[in-house]
Design a protein around this ligand. Structure first.
Ligand code: ATP
Length: 445
């Protein structure tokens, strides 16, 4: 494997070359820490989100789905604590105008003092003392840009769930314990963004809030920790690259009873990409207080009234996609030649199969087209007749396509094709009319 920094560079360049991820507005020089998903990236992220949705919503009777709006009543963010507390202390360089988090390890000295040095331009004494900066994006609702019209782009999807918890409970006829799951965009005006799609200003979250009776929260917290790790193992991520990080007293939000991050060993170090939090009844209590609406649950069995506790599982779809891509990236020598291969779990791979006529003559393209049209009805597949067969394989290895199907001279005689396995490089002859079933079998899991 190449050195770690290099791996990120290579991954970013592969992502662009193959159409996983592009820089936003690239022709204008790009927009800081905003990224676009290309033809392969959109499929990969969609496959991750669908798998999450299936396991959270479709396979569970006690979880319902929701798609709340990005814009919400501004009081939501007062109640949640984001208006007052969702801040980072920041430092500006008066010389080069760059902005840093006050705890940026590259800063030498104490910001605000004459000896402190800017990590970008190197000037001394130009860094301001730290100032608090709110991470929420503001905009205005309606035609007048005035303070009364301010709304925020949501910095997390969870609040849309809290304010709808009673609507969902009643309309879906759920009882506590039950959960609400949501996938959607969130926005944070991050100051030290970077590391590709790891920390971006616009991203997607996959969040599930599980409402439980106070006193049962510890059990549910353990349950969801276990479930989430199992789910990640199912994505094929190497277990030795995953670990738990329990929040220390300093890291723990004042209302939270306990919180664990799931970290992945990225090329730039161990970092969180999902959190499981025991949030107590903080969120619902605050919304009850700020809205003046009762958010209690009346237990039909015991006639008790209480504000439920919340156990939350909160994952970033983009960070999970980065975990999947970083884990899949492999370089290896094959018969003296370097090959780059994305060993994606076949069910997550953007393309399931690629179809290649060995040469563009002797009836091969016609047969290959027919096979492709047939496969395409069931799977996202790719037809490629450009360049040598070796180059076509290499492009699909980089795309993470699990099966390469080649139509050769023998195919036109006996109706069989060769199927090349992306990982083992083994080739098998398979009857063309059995291909859809063959791929289906291999995609299980
Ligand atoms: P960090 O400490 O990295 O900023 P956080 O603790 O603020 O993350 P949460 O608020 O717990 O993150 O958000 C839950 C999940 O949402 C994170 O684990 C991550 O996967 C995702 N996420 C949060 N902020 C971003 C971001 N700026 N870009 C991409 N994903 C993000």
């Amino acid at each position: 494997m190449p050195p770690p920094d290099n791996v990120m560079e290579k991954l970013v360049s592969l992502a662009k070359r193959r159409g996983f991820v592009f820089q936003s507005s690239e022709i204008y020089g790009g927009l800081g820490s905003v990224w676009d998903y290309g033809p392969l990236g959109v499929e990969l992220k969609k496959n991750i989100k669908e798998r999450w949705w299936r396991s959270m919503v479709h396979e569970r009777e006690d979880i319902e789905g929701l798609d709340a709006a990005i814009l919400m009543h501004p009081k939501v963010w007062e109640a949640s604590g984001h208006v007052a507390g969702f801040t980072d202390p920041l430092v500006d360089c008066k010389h080069c105008k760059n902005r840093f988090r006050a705890d940026d390890p590259r800063i030498k000295g104490t910001p605000g003092e004459p000896t402190a040095q800017c990590p970008v331009c190197g000037s001394k004494g130009t860094l301001t003392a730290p100032r608090l900066f709110n991470l929420m994006f503001k905009t205005f609702i309606g035609p007048v840009e005035e303070a009364a019209a301010i709304v925020y782009l949501r910095p997390e999807t969870a609040q849309g769930i809290y304010v709808n918890y009673l609507n969902v409970l009643q309309s879906a006829r759920q009882k506590i314990p039950f959960g609400v799951a949501q996938i959607g965009k969130a926005f944070r005006n991050e100051i030290t963004p970077g590391n590709f799609i790891f920390r971006t200003r616009e991203f997607e979250q996959m969040e599930m809030q599980f409402f439980v009776k106070p006193g049962t929260d510890l059990e549910w917290f353990e349950f969801w920790r276990e479930q989430r790790m199992k789910w990640l193992a199912g994505l094929g991520i190497r277990p030795e690259k995953l670990r738990w990080h329990q929040h220390t007293k300093e890291e723990l939000a004042h209302y939270a009873k306990d919180a664990y991050d799931i970290q992945y060993q990225f090329p730039f170090g161990w970092q969180e990409f999902e959190g499981i939090h025991n949030r107590s009844n903080f969120d619902l209590s605050r919304h009850q207080e700020y809205s003046g609406k009762k958010l209690e649950y009346l237990d039909p069995a015991t006639n008790e009234r209480y504000i439920p506790y919340v156990v939350e599982t909160s994952a970033g779809a983009d960070r999970t996609a980065l975990v999947v891509m970083a884990d899949a990236y492999h370089e290896e020598d094959v018969e003296g030649e370097k090959r780059v291969v994305m060993r994606l779990l076949p069910s997550l791979a953007p393309l399931k199969a690629a179809v290649f006529p060995l040469v563009n003559k002797d009836g091969m393209p016609e047969l290959a087209r027919r096979i492709f049209d047939d496969l395409h009805k069931s799977y996202n597949a790719f037809y490629d007749d450009g360049g040598s067969i070796g180059r076509r394989y290499r492009r699909q290895d980089e795309a993470g396509t699990p099966f390469g199907i080649t139509i050769d001279g023998q195919s036109t005689q006996d109706g069989t094709v060769t199927v090349r396995d992306r990982d083992s490089l083994r080739q098998e002859r398979v009857a063309a009319d059995r291909l859809t079933g063959y791929v289906a079998d291999k995609l299980k899991g």
